[in-house]
Design a protein around this ligand. Sequence first.
Ligand code: HEC
Length: 176
Amino acid sequence: MTLNKSTSLAIIALVASVWMGCSSKEDRDKYDTYYGSGSKVREETALADIQNYKKEAAATEAAAPAPAVTKETPAADSTQKTPEAPAEAKPAKKAVPAEVSALLNKYACFACHQPYEKLIGPAYSEVAKRKYTPDMIVELVHSPKPEHWPGYPPMAPLAHVPKADIIIIANWINTL
Ligand code: HEC
């Protein structure tokens, strides 16, 4: 039984491959009929074009090698130094601790606040500059004062968020 099955499978595979082979051969024949010599000529001219282009490029490079190199080297040096400095300053952006991140997700604070970027609401790093005490932040989450943030939409009062959880968030905000 199994032998029969596998032989018939093999036959199917064989037939399929022969058919595919034929059809692709037919396709190739058709392709040659329509495009055969023409495509070869085009291929050759394209190749010649590429070779010419390469030669021209090499010639222009050879014509002005010294200024290109001397100009590039100092420029590359200075561009390397400039991004390095902010990159060194960046580690100030700390990753959000897992515990805080879990709370910000749970209460969807992340939907409107990012640690360092303005979203719907101000970045927490901006809030940190206000130097609120954790208790004040609890108050502000439970009953926001939109007048503190002109140009922002008012934050909805989030009275359901437990004080203990806001304290954890608030302590973290003040580390930013
Ligand atoms: C629907 C969007 C939204 C959500 C969700 C949201 N906020 Fe806000 N938040 C704002 C906006 C807008 C402001 C600025 C305007 C304001 O204070 O009303 C703000 C301001 C704040 C401030 C500054 C308050 C002040 O008066 O300086 C704190 C702190 C704050 N949010 C914390 C949180 C915390 C913590 C959560 C999650 C428990 C949260 N927000 C969820 C939009 C949101």
